[in-house]
Design a protein around this ligand. Sequence first.
Ligand code: CU
Length: 242
Amino acid sequence: MNTRSLMTLVAAALALHVASAAAHGDEDHATPRRYDAAKVEETAFGHEGDPAKARRVIPLGMSDAMRFTPADISVRRGETVKFVVRNDGRLLHEMVLGTPADLKAHAALMQKFPEMEHASPNMAHVKPGASGEIVWQFTQAGEFQFACLQPGHFEAGMLGRVVVTGDPAAMTDGEVRRVDKGQGKLTLRHGPIANLEMPGMTMVFRVADPRMLDTLREGDKVRFSAERVNGSITVTAIEAVK
Ligand SMILES: [Cu+2]
């Protein structure tokens, strides 16, 4: 073999290597998963959600300080949410949803087999500077977790909590006092909100989606659900009462 054909061979091998590395990156990071209702599998903490039914987007940050921000999330049973996870660090991070027992076992496995790579709908591996998504429907009430299972990250405390609260039908009665479309805010006089342990009062809420304000008028009687989302008391569902 002459030098030239050897160089060609080396170049070809390099190109192949680069191509396969890029393919790994692309398959589970850049390209969004395609939702296929026929392939959805139920777990103890719910199942992959239909992106068309995700009415709430929850942005999350991941940092090299081995933290998720926010690390505490509340959702309502039956709700489909879209987590948009941004990697603000310089290391690879991931978000894996599961039961505390699942995640602990999975983390131990990752310590043993650090090269292990897998992709399922409850996880998003995110390269530095990039964003990933998980669309999930929580079908069971309870306390679940999300963690980064890159070797050592879970052990360093890269862990968060999802509390799935009770009955989706549990709503609070209220009356619209003010609709502020510009700010995406709604003032309601309301009865006690059980899940927030809040007594009845008149207060300003954020709304999960500004479109929720489109049909509301001052004086309307409503039923609504409110939760703490990213530190703000937020109306996550609302309907007018005739
Ligand atoms: Cu991490």
